[in-house]
Ligand binder design. Structure first.
Ligand code: BG6
Length: 493
């Protein structure tokens, strides 16, 4: 496995811990090598000690077995080259020969964890050096492309180097157990599907917010923004899982066909929608916390969004008229990813509801992280005289599945790629369909320097305008409690 961008953030935070966890569980072949490639200079020994240090930070304490780490580290090596320079790939070629002991190593898995500007360059250099055997595979991080045109161009480049079945466009949200469980919840049970449509659902919220800023990623983030970083991929994937038709079977083609159908059904955004149905924000300083523009490697007049809320529609028989409200933001009060399906109210309420709230709307919350679980809210009579009804929750948490550890998303996806299973990766047509939908927003912002960008202080739930967008539907965002921990019960749902 060759990791381009091996000295970067993703490698130390996610990829190495994931590879280590596969190693720990005996899920890697006996003989494997991971070659880190990057511009930073390391010897093999330095690189191993660097990774060993970072693993202490990014691998869960209980999973870190010192003896095992000692046997894991010798599988890692490092090559310092500039991946943008084709002439340097000769060094890669000979390192791969050395590591594999083969004249023409073919069993190669490339992982592109570099800045996106290199996504189009590396495959072409690999091809020049004939390092793209028909057995090789390539995983590419998101965002795949910068807009529709660049994504199409990237797809053309990749298709000239690899076959589609060798290309794995990764969106790690799909590697999360809880995202996959949404499919099980919907399609392994008979009772929810009949309700899962415009006749019973009033609106849907998809939230993926974080209580941290952009960390050390100013350079990347300031040219990317929340729309490209989170919405065009992670959020819209969650919308697809929520809205898709049941695939005929759970294989790569059937599943991914249904994803593309959802993207193709998204109500196109017109210019009026762009002002009315999209709220973009940027966090501002609060107390001792820096605002976005004070972050390292961020322009002091940056108009990059760190928050997006949008109302989107799906034009098909199942969903026409049901708004999907999606939002993501940095520096929010908590970190939470969840989907909330709000059912329509009872047509008539004959009972007195606690707090005078009447009539009752059932609500289903699917929480992907943290304290992963599913909660259904419904009304029950309060014990005692009279007939007062109170909303109560019925909940399922994943720890009830007998202590099965929540798998790591990257580990799951890297293993799928090794096994040659692309189901949970994005197909070329899906990535283009998604950009096709979002492109008008990017064009609109580009062409309108004064398109609104609202500030929100660090630690708040985003610009007030996003509340106003929900008020049009007569509702508020569902904001979970502030300090969610794994042991918390659900609250304010
Ligand atoms: C990444 C984004 O894809 O997802 C980050 O680039 C974001 O900005 C991260 O923080 C969130 O992922 P998770 O799994 O921590 O919710």
């Amino acid at each position: 496995m060759v990791i381009f961008g091996a000295s970067g953030d993703l490698t130390k935070r996610k990829l190495m811990p994931a590879i280590y966890s596969l190693y720990k569980e005996g899920r890697l072949p006996k003989e494997f090598s991971v070659l880190g490639v990057g511009r930073t200079i390391y010897t093999d020994t330095n690189y191993r000690s660097h990774i060993s240090e970072e693993m202490k930070r990014f691998v869960k304490q209980e999973d870190l077995d010192e003896k095992l780490v000692e046997t894991f580290l010798p599988h890692l090596s490092y090559l310092s080259i500039d991946p943008s320079q084709e002439s340097e790939y000769g060094q890669l070629d000979s390192r791969l020969k050395d590591l594999s002991g083969e004249e023409h190593p073919e069993n190669l898995l490339y992982y592109l964890a570099t800045p996106p500007s290199l996504y189009g360059v590396i495959p072409l250099h690999l091809k020049k050096w004939k390092l793209n055997s028909k057995f090789s595979r390539i995983i590419v991080e998101k965002p795949f492309g910068y807009n529709l045109e660049s994504a199409q161009e990237l797809n053309r480049i990749y298709a000239s180097v690899f076959d589609e079945h060798q290309i794995y466009r990764i969106d790690h949200f799909l590697g999360k157990e809880t995202a996959q469980n949404l499919l099980a919840f919907r399609f392994a049970n008979g009772i929810f599907e009949p309700l899962w449509n415009r006749n019973y659902v009033d609106y849907v919220e998809v939230t993926a917010v974080e209580n941290m800023g952009i960390e050390q990623r100013g350079g990347f983030y300031d040219t990317t923004g929340a729309l490209r970083d989170m919405v065009q991929n992670h959020l819209i994937q969650l919308v697809a899982l929520t809205a898709m038709e049941p695939p005929v079977s759970f294989n790569a083609d059937s599943f991914r066909n249904e994803v593309v159908k959802v993207y193709d059904s998204l109500t196109p955004l017109t210019e009026i929608d762009l002002d009315e149905h999209i709220v973009r924000g940027q966090y501002t300083a609060s107390g001792s916390k820096k605002g976005y523009r004070e972050e390292k490697n961020v322009a002091s007049d940056s108009r990059t969004e760190t928050y997006i809320a949008m109302k989107i529609g799906i034009n098909n028989w199942r969903w026409n008229g049901v708004p999907f409200y999606i939002r993501t933001g940095k520096q929010m009060p908590t970190k939470v990813t969840e989907i909330v399906v709000h059912f329509k109210e009872t047509p008539h309420q004959m009972f007195h509801m606690e707090g005078g709230v009447t009539p009752l709307a059932n609500k289903l919350t699917l929480r992907l992280q943290p304290n992963e679980g599913i909660v259904l809210k419904f009304g029950m009579k309060l014990p005692g005289p009279g007939f007062e009804v109170k909303p109560v929750s019925m909940d399922f948490t994943y720890d009830k599945l007998g202590g099965v550890p929540m798998g790591d998303a990257y580990a799951r996806l890297i293993e799928d790629c090794i096994q040659g299973d692309p189901t949970l990766f994005t197909r070329s047509d899906a990535v283009e369909a998604s950009w096709r939908f979002f492109d008008p927003i990017l064009d609109y912002w580009k062409g309108n320097a004064n398109a609104p960008l609202y500030g929100y202080p660090v630690g708040t739930w985003g610009p007030l305008e996003s509340e106003a967008m929900m008020h049009e539907h007569g509702v508020d965002w569902t904001n979970p409690c502030k300090n969610l921990t794994n042991t918390d019960q659900y609250c304010e749902l």
